[in-house]
Write a protein that binds this ligand. Structure first.
Ligand SMILES: Nc1ncnc2c1ncn2[C@@H]1O[C@H](COP(=O)(O)OP(=O)(O)O)[C@@H](O)[C@H]1O
Ligand SMILES: [Mg+2]
Length: 358
């Protein structure tokens, strides 16, 4: 395993910077997930680490040594793509042995390595079967075993679970995390699925348009998003955003000055210092409370719709012309509630350009 450094890495396709000057240090054995919407540069970044994509500028180092100019074969990385690509005419054992044979490893050493990897991956019982007859989870495991049997310095995974059926995917997530820890190989995993990222990563790297928006452990991204994009991208359903007006005597909901909202002093000071009179409140749908009480931060709202989503009830309310999503327990009494409470401890505040205030 290696420590991997990206130093102002840029990959340019004509006018488009697919990767736009990203710097990042991955610790030995760390599980890093690159997360972001389609087209934000995740695959390009991964291919650059693998050596499959030429960097326009910047440097990549493994354990301090520049590898930017090295070919994929010279880098000792393993990459698993979206689609599992086991050779169908070879058994799992032959598939796993393949990269070792290609490297000229002796028959005895290959047998030892296969015994080792079969134990780590618990695939001893499928070694002599052909991929075609195996369930997707087993095939994925065999593909991963083949990728790591050479002891790569870095394991690169590009949406490896997207081809797996939903019912296997959760199980595969646990399995992947478990195996990565057992192997201790520095891993970069790419996905656009925030739930996958949050459940796998030691640290998530959230990307947008070729740049890094935020890097941190999953809980840090969830609880303390760097900006409005991060706040909305992570968490399901996405965060509510309420347009507010900052008047001389305080904050109120944009369309109705009788609907007053409180915010911490540092937020108000920051907004005033920036000369803002419009700001945005963000609150997660799970944190909005329903009440019939009257008081601070309780705002009259009208129920628009409610539906069962998974094991939750999702309701939508209209608040002075803006829609607010609320996630409630299945047995919640909500039809007679006339007000929303936005608990100040769970509110975030943003400038109109999406940056955090306070
Ligand atoms: N070989 C290429 N030639 C030209 N443009 C490319 C090429 N590969 C990717 N791109 C562009 O670079 C951007 C990032 O792509 P990609 O890294 O595949 O994003 P992601 O994996 O996050 O979906 C996109 O705008 C894509 O169209
Ligand atoms: Mg991609």
């Amino acid at each position: 395993m290696a420590k991997v450094e990206l130093d102002r890495l840029t990959v340019q396709f004509g006018e488009v910077a697919a990767v736009d000057g990203i710097s990042l240090v991955l610790d030995h054995g760390e599980f890093i997930v690159l997360l972001g919407p389609s087209g934000c540069g995740k695959t390009t970044a991964l291919r650059s680490i693998a050596g499959l994509q030429h960097a326009s500028s910047g440097e990549i180092r493994f354990d301090g040594k520049p590898v930017t100019k090295l070919s994929p074969a010279q880098r000792n990385v393993a990459m698993v793509f979206q689609f599992v690509s086991l050779y169908p005419h070879l058994t799992v054992r032959q598939n796993v042995a393949f990269p070792l044979r290609a490297k000229g490893v002796s028959g005895r050493e290959i047998a030892e390595k296969i015994e080792w990897i079969a134990k780590v991956f618990s695939i001893g019982d499928i070694l002599d079967r052909y991929p075609g007859g195996l369930p997707p989870g087993s095939r994925q495991k065999a593909a991963l075993a083949r990728a790591v049997v050479r002891n790569p310095d870095v394991l690169l995974l590009d949406e490896p679970l997207s081809a797996v059926d939903e019912q296997y995917r959760e199980e595969m997530r646990w399995e992947l995390r478990h195996l990565q820890k057992k192997l201790g190989v520095t891993t970069v995993h790419v996905t656009h699925d925030q739930r996958e990222a949050m459940s796998l990563a030691d640290r998530v790297v959230l990307m947008r348009a070729g740049r890094i928006v935020q890097v941190g452990p999953p809980t840090a991204l969830f609880n303390d998003p760097a900006d409005r994009f991060a706040a909305f991208f992570i968490g399901s359903p996405g965060m509510n955003f309420v347009d507010l007006t900052l008047a001389a005597d305080g904050l109120h909901v944009a369309a109705d000055q009788t609907l007053r909202v409180s915010a911490p002093n540092n937020v108000l000071e920051d907004a005033r210092a920036k000369g803002l009179n419009q700001i945005v409140l963000g609150i997660r749908p799970h944190m909005v409370e329903l009440t019939n009480g009257v008081g601070q931060d309780m705002l009259p709202a009208t129920l628009l719709d409610a539906a069962l989503v998974g094991r939750d009830l999702e309701a939508q309310f209209a608040l002075a012309g803006q829609t607010i999503k609320v996630v409630l327990p299945l047995d919640a009494e909500f039809r007679d509630k006339r007000r929303l409470r936005l608990p100040p401890a769970h509110c975030l505040f943003f400038a109109p350009d999406g940056t955090r205030l306070g």
